[in-house]
Design a protein around this ligand. Sequence first.
Ligand SMILES: N[C@@H](CCC[C@H](N)C(=O)O)C(=O)O
Length: 269
Amino acid sequence: MRAAFTKMHGLGNDFVVLDARAADLPVITTGFARAITDRRTGIGCDQLIVLEPSDTADLRMRIFNPDGGEVGACGNATRAVALLHGSAVQIETGGGILNARPGDGGATVDMGQPRFDWDAIPLAYPMDTLAMPVGWEALDNPTAVNVGNPHAVFFIPDCDAVDLAQIGPVIEQDPLFPERVNVNVATVTDRDHIRLRVWERGAGITRACGTGACATAVAAMRRNLTDREVTVTLPGGDLQIVWGEDNRIRMTGPATEAYRGSFEWDDFA
Ligand SMILES: N[C@@H](CCC[C@H](N)C(=O)O)C(=O)O
């Protein structure tokens, strides 16, 4: 069968979006997710996004990493889906129901409440998640946060100096993180500004990670390194993150539709 897709971007973090509400699609297998996201032989993207009907929200968003694994949250894709939807929308995700609203060339998303308990990250055994007594080479003492997906955040003087391609996969796959982890290296430049690079679980280095920006902002706020409203600058651009008094994280930033196309399903099955 021929399937239609939309290529979307959120700060250079790019997605192939399939709408299973518009057409009956075959089951998404690990092999299909790997093939379609592969930049050498597939259409290529950082995450495959599949939209489905939902019983509890306006739509359900499923998220697949290039390693084929399905995960609970993707901040940049949530903004992209809000833009595609065109008006305020409730989106069911593996991490909960998110409210999103398009506007100003992007969208604002209520990403919900962060979780800090060791077994909610999850970690393999109990420890203080605010200042974890662990380290890998020059990176140590991270903060762990779950924002629908697991993140470890390292605050360091210069995040550009880290060889993320080398150390990222080592931390991602450490047995301390039974569901693996997204690795964030961050530099606080001011009480309202953070620079951030991310090694994404199941994807590698991306130009931006929305949940990474949320997790990093909340970690910085918990450590009293910043105020409750910050700009997070990623290689792909800026996100505004607010951690409200209601304990909810709100993320605002750009999203764009790149192009539409179609492919033969059997070529990737
Ligand atoms: N790019 C995303 C995060 C995608 C999922 C992540 N790699 C995971 O495995 O949790 C974002 O913008 O948040």
